[in-house]
Design a binder for this molecule. Structure first.
Ligand SMILES: *[C@@H]1O[C@H](CO)[C@@H](O)[C@H](O)[C@H]1NC(C)=O
Ligand SMILES: *[C@@H]1O[C@H](CO)[C@@H](O)[C@H](O)[C@H]1NC(C)=O
Ligand SMILES: *[C@@H]1O[C@H](CO)[C@@H](O)[C@H](O)[C@H]1NC(C)=O
Ligand SMILES: *[C@@H]1O[C@H](CO)[C@@H](O)[C@H](O)[C@H]1NC(C)=O
Ligand SMILES: *[C@@H]1O[C@H](CO)[C@@H](O)[C@H](O)[C@H]1NC(C)=O
Ligand SMILES: *[C@@H]1O[C@H](CO)[C@@H](O)[C@H](O)[C@H]1NC(C)=O
Ligand SMILES: *[C@@H]1O[C@H](CO)[C@@H](O)[C@H](O)[C@H]1NC(C)=O
Length: 476
């Protein structure tokens, strides 16, 4: 049995290897401490380095009597620098104003007297990070090598395996590093990077589809419209201003500084900004992000669910066709806002009621840090299983989000709380359909095709020449 995860379960089964050896006096078999709820990575939302999702106790390993015969993953690019426009430019402007207004920082900002901003070269904006323990390309490579150990049996050592990436520099680099982790020495000949342009003219034949009918909604949703109603950010501004006469931070500035802190960890081992704000303030900050994903890129938007239906449906069709006809591995790479719609279309993580805009939801039913941190990924497994006492022999589906098995509330009758394929298909069928909902120009593709018609050439496997500056968010 593979024990790749460091979950409590993996530790428990390691412990059981020493069965018979009772703990020494004062030692105990199980820790009584869980720090997940106080881990600040869970409150820096989608800007923070990757962290595994909080699991529900279902074993990540394949249930006895089952074999994974098809694996699908859609992964967000790894840890990265902020974009410039609307992010880095605002962080720098806020910092410059603070430094213009205050000569010597005191109190919770005293570290600013020594601290320097972490984007040393403006050409790094938007790119994957390569430094520090949370480096993005390191994350991509590690995921690839971990998945080789987990899913390597799906490769026959002969066939050329396509890897699909949307046409955006940091996403492409993530796909390449994942491929090198997975295929190792065989990457240059056995993997074939397929770059699917992000252009709207791709219609639904895309990892980044654009639901034309929803573009206006998405545009108006993009504003930081959710932050103003949350008192903790104003409290933080007042506290820091009081400690530093001359400083006039607003709640909006605090929002920028907190974003900047999350990004710092993608580049450096340590951010002093984490301690400049209280955990209560971080809870408010992360809930603001939960709201914006929920309403702008998640289950709160019918148009977004139609975008997500494209990948959900294509995956379903591949599972129905099976590995012999259609292939056994589909590794895809895109952005956070392309993955949250898929999860919504699959009916996972959808709260019973819309999230409240004016109070933090406790307990939280839609926590973005558990869905799309940097390097976040949804993995779907098609499993062929023998009969058990409780379930018939057949084909079942499991969803794994950031290495935690996430069963469907309405479908969990299979081994390891999996869902029979036919019922999974019925769930996907309930999602709003791209072709019916989106009114996308009928001259553009209405369905995803590249999973069936891909290239096995390897000429895109490596970057040739320097990567150009991404200061203007260039599609490739
Ligand atoms: C299913 O049962 C068959 C027949 O007993 C056995 O050969 C096979 O290994 C089993 N599959 C799994 C995944 O355990
Ligand atoms: C994989 O790489 C090794 C080392 O270069 C090589 O010996 C082997 O033939 C390769 N396998 C395939 C299937 O290309
Ligand atoms: C700095 O001071 C100026 C002038 O009072 C003010 O307009 C600005 O909002 C202040 N900014 C910060 C971040 O303190
Ligand atoms: C929260 O705000 C969004 C966007 O303004 C709105 O569509 C939604 O209905 C609001 N939710 C609730 C529960 O009022
Ligand atoms: C649809 O796309 C075609 C090009 O393929 C273009 O000529 C036409 O103007 C587009 N229609 C709309 C409504 O955008
Ligand atoms: C599902 O995807 C397949 C392949 O792209 C397509 O032929 C089919 O029309 C799609 N079905 C729906 C309901 O979108
Ligand atoms: C395959 O390559 C051809 C020729 O370069 C290109 O037109 C096509 O878009 C590629 N298909 C995919 C899925 O990348």
């Amino acid at each position: 049995m593979l024990n790749l995860s460091l979950s409590g379960l993996a530790l428990a089964s390691l412990a059981s290897a020493n069965m018979g050896a009772y703990p020494k006096f004062g030692e105990k078999q199980f820790s009584q401490t869980f720090h997940d709820g106080y881990n600040i990575l869970k409150y820096m939302s989608s800007l923070a380095p990757y962290s595994d999702r909080k699991a529900y106790g279902v074993d990540r390993n394949t249930p006895d009597g089952c074999e994974v015969d098809q694996a699908f993953m859609i992964m967000r690019h790894g840890e990265r620098y902020p974009d410039y426009s609307g992010f880095g430019d605002l962080y720098v402007e806020t910092l410059n104003q603070m430094r213009a207004n205050v000569t010597t920082f005191k109190g919770d900002l005293a570290f600013m007297n020594e601290w320097t901003y972490y984007v040393s070269d403006s050409n790094l904006y938007s790119q994957e990070s390569t430094s520090g323990p949370y480096a993005g390309l390191l994350d991509a490579f590690s995921r690839g090598s971990e998945y080789r150990a987990r899913y390597g049996h799906l490769w026959n050592g002969q066939s050329v395996v396509p890897i699909f990436t949307s046409g955006y520099e940091r996403v492409i680099e993530t796909a390449r590093y994942f491929g090198q982790g997975f295929f190792g020495y065989n990457y240059s000949t056995s993997a074939a990077i397929n770059i699917i342009p992000e252009a709207a003219t791709q219609g639904a034949d895309s990892l980044t589809p654009t639901c034309a009918a929803g573009v206006l909604e998405e545009y108006s949703c993009y504003e930081d419209r959710f932050y103003s109603t949350f008192p903790p950010l104003e409290v933080a501004a007042a506290r820091l201003n009081k400690q530093n006469p001359g400083l006039e931070l607003t709640a909006k500035d605090v929002n920028y500084l907190m974003q900047m802190a999350g990004f710092e960890l993608n580049v450096r081992a340590y951010t002093p900004w984490a301690n400049a704000f209280t955990l209560d303030e971080w809870v408010a900050f992360s809930y603001i992000f939960d709201l914006s994903y929920y309403y702008c890129f998640g289950p709160g938007s019918n148009y977004q669910m139609a975008n997500g239906q494209v990948y959900a449906n294509a995956t379903r069709v591949l599972m129905e066709e099976g590995p012999k006809k259609s292939g056994s591995m589909f590794w895809s790479f895109a952005h956070d806002a392309n993955i949250t719609p898929v999860i919504a279309a699959l009916g996972l993580d959808t709260p019973a009621q819309h999230l409240p805009n004016d109070t933090v939801q406790f307990p939280s039913t839609y926590q973005v840090s558990d869905i799309v941190p940097m390097g976040g990924h949804l993995t779907l497994e098609r499993m062929t299983c023998n009969a058990t006492v409780a379930s018939k022999a057949g084909v079942y589906v499991r969803a794994v989000i950031n290495e935690a098995v996430v069963p469907w509330t309405s479908c969990q009758s299979g081994p390891g709380y999996s869902c029979p394929l036919a019922k999974f298909s019925a769930i996907v069928d309930k999602a709003p359909k791209f072709d019916e909902t989106c009114e996308t120009n009928s001259s553009y593709p209405q369905y995803l095709d590249f999973f069936w018609n891909y290239n096995t050439t390897t000429n895109l496997n490596y970057q040739t020449g320097d990567i150009s500056s991404q200061l203007t968010d260039t599609d490739v």
